[in-house]
Write a protein that binds this ligand. Structure first.
Ligand code: ATP
Ligand code: MG
Length: 310
């Protein structure tokens, strides 16, 4: 167990690293399989903070695995990239302490072709959706009724895609029609359908444990070896990719950010301190600890398990 944040993983050259995102490092186990390792890095407004959140990588991995299992049990025919939680044989010879650090933050997944659209579903209006609505009465170009207030539940969940920006670029909201141009109409339709189905199943589960799933982001991959089937990939329904609001404090039109078990707390701290979108920010200890607490709370509520540490 370590209380120090792990911002860079060292596999000592045992597996080739094929990519690094803002949070994860991807290693190739073989040409069909990746080791998907979540670090403790945290990004907000598309910028990575200088310091990490202790145990965050392990929490994200545990939450994702919980949901992969839950969703495949609830949604017949749903395909996901998740294979198994254990480390591959190629890492057997690493020192025990390195393996202990790696194990809880890693999963083996199927390597797939990533669709270049982020598949966001919103059940409530907030964040960039609320900003657009105030300007134009739309979210991702979709016309919404007049008079909505911040944090309000939408009549039905909306699929509001965004671009999947290259490293260092910002994701931008796009209309479903623009997403269909990028994805192709058939894939766009399938991705929208799956996203809404997964959101609905997850929101119901979250509701049972007193959490409002305000919005969330999915990614999908194409399984070219199996008839181009659409597969749920990446992390799923984690506090990094979702807004989780405690039901007991949620109130539409609150006049400030909704209390939440996710990185909104960090976003607010950045905004309040004029640091939104700035590079090179070191997050103060109390903000790190409060963020870690929120991530653990999300894990514990969603899974019904006590967080035992990684
Ligand atoms: P953030 O989550 O902060 O937006 P990021 O999206 O840049 O960061 P990470 O989450 O750090 O990326 O890294 C995960 C990367 O792995 C993403 O680029 C994602 O598209 C990709 N990915 C996820 N699942 C698979 C898969 N099964 N095969 C290939 N690539 C995948
Ligand atoms: Mg990601």
């Amino acid at each position: 167990m370590s209380s120090k944040a792990l911002v860079q993983v060292d596999l000592q050259g045992k597996l080739p690293r094929v990519a690094s995102g803002k949070v994860r490092d991807l290693y190739e186990i073989d040409n069909k399989t990746l080791l998907f390792v979540a670090s403790d890095r945290i990004s907000a407004y598309d910028v990575i903070m200088e310091n990490g959140i202790p145990e965050k990588g392990a929490i994200l991995t545990a939450v994702s695995i919980y949901w992969f299992n839950y969703l495949t049990s609830k949604i017949p025919g749903l395909r996901t990239h998740f294979l198994r939680a254990k480390l591959p044989e190629a890492l057997e010879s690493l020192p025990a302490d390195v393996k202990d650090t790696l194990r809880p933050r890693s999963m083996q997944v199927r390597k797939l072709e990533v669709f270049k659209v982020e598949s966001i579903v919103r059940g409530y209006i907030t964040g960039s959706g609320w900003a657009e609505y105030q300007k134009s009465g739309t979210v991702c170009g979709i016309k919404l009724p007049a008079g909505l207030v911040e944090g309000q539940k939408l009549e039905k969940p909306l699929w509001t895609p965004s671009t999947k920006a290259d490293y260092g670029e910002k994701d931008e909201n796009i209309s479903p029609a623009q997403a269909a141009e990028i994805l192709g109409a058939d894939f766009a339709r399938e991705i929208e359908r799956l996203s809404l189905e997964i959101y609905t199943a997850a929101a119901q589960r979250a509701e049972e444990v007193g959490i409002i799933l305000a919005d969330t982001k999915f990614e999908f991959g194409k399984d070219v070896e199996n008839g181009d089937k659409v597969v749920l990939i990446d992390e799923v329904l984690t506090p990094d990719s979702s807004r989780f609001w405690p039901k007991e404090t949620w109130e539409a039109n609150l006049g400030r950010a909704q209390p939440s078990f996710d990185k909104q707390y960090l976003r607010n701290w950045l905004t309040d301190n004029g640091l939104k979108g700035k590079e090179g920010v070191t997050v103060p200890e109390e903000v790190v600890l409060e963020t870690a607490k929120k991530y653990k709370e999300a894990y514990e509520r969603l899974t019904g398990q006590k967080w035992k540490g990684s």
